[in-house]
Design a protein around this ligand. Structure first.
Ligand SMILES: *Cc1c(COP(=O)(O)O)cnc(C)c1O
Length: 359
């Protein structure tokens, strides 16, 4: 069997060329006579890979001076704790936008480490949506406002950052590397690699250096951002293979045209699927408000669960896999990350159209 069209939400598809290159280098890395996964992370070979990956993040995202790029472990999930442990160590409160399933986890974990509150909660009535830019009131003493730029499970994305005087902190796990970031608004941005940036095992964190001044969180070394900043993300053994592949994905993004090109492709891909829904006479229904529909994770329902089951089975038989919605919400979800060609979204849209006609 050839490669399928993989619409999985994460871990997700990677560019085929990246996988082939990683395979070719696996046994003997650059003539060293050993694999990268067998050598010291203090070796010159690995340090080259590591530094190149950090530099590429900075280059592709146009991260300005005054910010540090870190590669950590523990996923975005560990950041749910590290953000308040560090940023609230000097006092203050964390405001959170409760936009969906992932924001809820950030809030739950945050409450163990500091004074956090919900600044905006998604209404239960009506189509799911993100807040309007002027709709998020922050309370006195707020140190940061935490947003989830793309709710992977619920299929909504934030297109207007909240207008507020406090710095933003964003979980960008599922839309990192798909659009530019306005750094002047952010103190910290984080995202697990496995959605759009590489294999699981690394978390990209970009943090404003000034944030770390005067902070002395009472936490072990790994849990303090300062530890990783000072050691260039080499405090302990990094996930060497993940960083290696992540560097290749970053190079691929750069060579394909960078973030503006990734954003334009994301619009085309998701547009094809949303158009297939709009043209379906209500057969496919998107539970998300038009203004908040994600370009990365397109969620949809069919008229019945029976039809959804048949849809998923027939799609899989045609090599369109990973379309089942998250187990907590059901339905269908097409994740359309950077490595999904526009032609893959075309194939899905045609399949949706054909399935509807025969259902
Ligand atoms: C996948 C995901 C997470 C969790 O990431 P892990 O790396 O598994 O910890 C958190 N936030 C969002 C928005 C996600 O999509």
């Amino acid at each position: 069997m050839g490669r399928v069209l993989n619409f999985s939400a994460g871990p997700a598809l990677l560019p085929e060329g990246v996988l082939a290159e990683a395979q070719a280098e696996l046994v003997d890395y650059a003539g060293t006579g050993m694999s990268l996964v067998e050598m010291s992370h203090r070796s010159a070979s690995y340090e080259g890979v590591h530094t190149a990956a950090l530099d590429l993040v900075r280059e592709i995202f146009a991260v300005p001076d005054g910010f540090s790029v870190l590669l950590l472990q523990g996923g975005a999930t560990l950041q749910f704790s590290m953000v308040p442990m560090n940023l609230l160590a000097g006092g203050g409160r964390g405001g959170y936008v409760a936009s969906g399933a992932w924001a809820a986890k950030a809030i739950a974990d945050g409450s163990h480490h500091g004074d956090v509150y919900v600044a905006w909660r998604r209404p239960e009535e009506g189509p799911a949506r993100m807040p309007a830019a002027d709709e998020v009131p922050v309370q006195a003493g707020t140190r940061y406002l935490h947003v989830t730029s793309n709710e992977t499970i619920d299929g909504l994305q934030m297109f207007a950052w909240p207008e507020t005087d406090v710095p933003l902190v964003a979980d960008m796990s599922s839309d990192l590397l798909s659009r530019p970031v306005p750094w002047d608004r952010f103190d910290l941005v984080y995202g697990g690699a496995q959605k759009n940036v590489g294999p699981a095992g690394a978390t990209v964190v970009v943090i404003r250096d000034a944030v770390l001044d005067d902070l002395t969180p009472k936490a072990g070394a790994y849990l303090r951002y300062e530890t990783h900043r000072r050691s260039g993300s080499l405090y302990n053994t990094p996930p060497v293979f993940t960083v290696h592949v992540l560097g290749k994905v970053l190079r691929w993004v750069r060579d394909e045209g960078g973030l503006t090109e990734m954003e334009s492709r994301a619009r085309r891909r998701s547009g094809l699927v949303y158009e297939a829904m709009a043209a379906s006479d209500g057969f496919y229904r998107c539970p998300v408000d038009a203004a908040s529909r994600s370009l990365m994770n397109v969620v949809f329902r069919l008229p019945s669960e029976d039809l959804e089951t048949r849809f998923l089975a027939e799609a899989e038989a045609e090599g369109l896999v990973g379309l089942r919605g998250h187990r907590s919400v059901g339905g269908c979800r097409a994740s359309l990350y950077n490595a999904m060609p526009v032609s893959g979204a075309e194939t899905l849209a045609s399949f949706m159209d054909a399935f509807r006609r025969t259902a």
